[in-house]
Design a protein around this ligand. Structure first.
Ligand code: ADP
Ligand code: ADP
Length: 226
C-alpha cells in the first residue's frame, strides 16, 4: 500500500512565488523516506500541504488512499506531524502536553494516559513526566514533539528538519529513536539538508530543487552515483 501519493502538485504563493512546479512523489507503507534539498527548494511547502496546514494550488495528495480533498479527516488521522519549531506550552508538564494532544483527536482520557506512558517511556522521557516542558534539554524537547505526534497512533510520522541546529550527539540519539519507531511499522518521512542524516536513516530519497523533484531513488542508488 502507498502511504503517500502526490500527483502534479503545484503551489503558487500569494505574491507569485511558484514554490512547487508539479511534484510527483510516492512513498511505500513502512518506508523511511527523506525529502532532501537546499533552503527554499519547497520541502516545507510540500510537508505543509500534506499535513493540510497550507492550501495547494492544484494537484492531488492521498494519504493511505485517503484524498486530502475528499477525505480530509481520515487523511489527517494517518499523520503525526513533528514541526521544526517547539510549539508546545513550556509551562505544561509532559503528561499534560501529550494527554491533551490525544484529546484533540478524540482519544478517551484513560486510553490517552496508557499511551502517554507507552510513548514517554519509549522516548526516554518517563522520569520527566511531571516536569514542566521548559525544564527539558533541547534533545528532550525534540523527543517530546515525537511522543506527542504519536499519541493518536498515526500510520505515518512526518518530521520537518528534525535535527536542524542540534549538535551531533543529540542528532544521533534522535536517529536511534526514529529507527525504533520505523521498526514498529510506522512510515517515516523527513526533510533534511544533511545528506549524512538521510544516509544513516533512509531507505528511499527524493531530491527537490526549485520546486521540482530532480531525483527519486533508493539511498543505495543515490550513493552509487556520487
Ligand atoms: P524549504 O522548506 O525547502 O526551505 P519552502 O517550502 O519553505 O522551502 O519555500 C519554497 C519557496 O516558497 C521559497 O522560494 C520561499 O521563499 C517561498 N515561500 C515559502 N513560504 C511562503 C509564503 N508563506 N509566502 C510566500 N512565499 C513563500
Ligand atoms: P496560503 O496561500 O497557504 O494561505 P499565504 O500566501 O497566505 O499562504 O502565506 C502565509 C503567510 O506567510 C503570509 O502572511 C505571507 O505574507 C507570509 N510569507 C510571505 N512570504 C514568505 C516567505 N518567503 N517565507 C515565509 N513566509 C512568507
Amino acid at each position: 500500500m502507498l502511504a503517500l501519493e502526490i500527483s502534479a502538485l503545484r503551489k503558487v504563493y500569494r505574491g507569485g512565488t511558484e514554490a512547487l512546479k508539479g511534484v510527483d512523489l510516492s512513498v511505500q507503507e513502512g518506508d523511511f523516506f527523506a525529502l532532501l534539498g537546499p533552503n527554499g527548494a519547497g520541502k516545507s511547502t510540500t510537508i505543509g500541504i500534506i499535513s493540510s496546514l497550507i492550501n495547494k494550488t492544484s494537484g492531488s495528495v492521498k494519504v493511505f488512499g485517503d484524498d486530502l480533498e475528499t477525505d480530509l479527516v481520515k487523511a489527517k488521522s494517518h499523520i503525526g506531524l513533528v514541526p521544526q519549531e517547539f510549539n508546545f506550552n513550556q509551562f505544561e508538564t509532559l503528561m499534560q502536553i501529550v494527554v491533551n494532544q490525544a484529546g484533540y483527536y478524540g482519544v478517551p482520557r484513560a486510553l490517552a494516559k496508557q499511551r502517554a506512558e507507552k510513548y514517554l517511556k519509549q522516548l526516554d522521557l518517563w522520569d520527566k513526566r511531571n516536569a514542566p516542558a521548559r525544564e527539558l534539554s533541547g534533545g528532550m524537547k525534540r523527543r517530546l514533539m515525537i511522543a506527542r505526534a504519536l499519541m493518536h497512533e498515526p500510520r505515518m510520522l512526518i518530521l520537518d528538519e528534525p535535527t536542524a541546529g542540534v549538535d551531533i550527539e543529540i542528532r544521533r540519539s534522535m536517529w536511534v529513536f526514529l529507527k525504533k519507531i520505523n521498526q514498529q511499522g510506522i512510515t517515516i518521512i523527513l526533510t533534511t539538508h544533511y545528506l549524512e542524516e538521510a544516509e544513516m536513516l533512509c531507505r528511499n530519497i527524493a531530491i527537490i530543487d526549485k520546486g521540482q523533484i530532480i531525483e527519486n531513488t533508493s539511498m543505495k542508488g543515490l550513493l552509487s552515483k556520487l
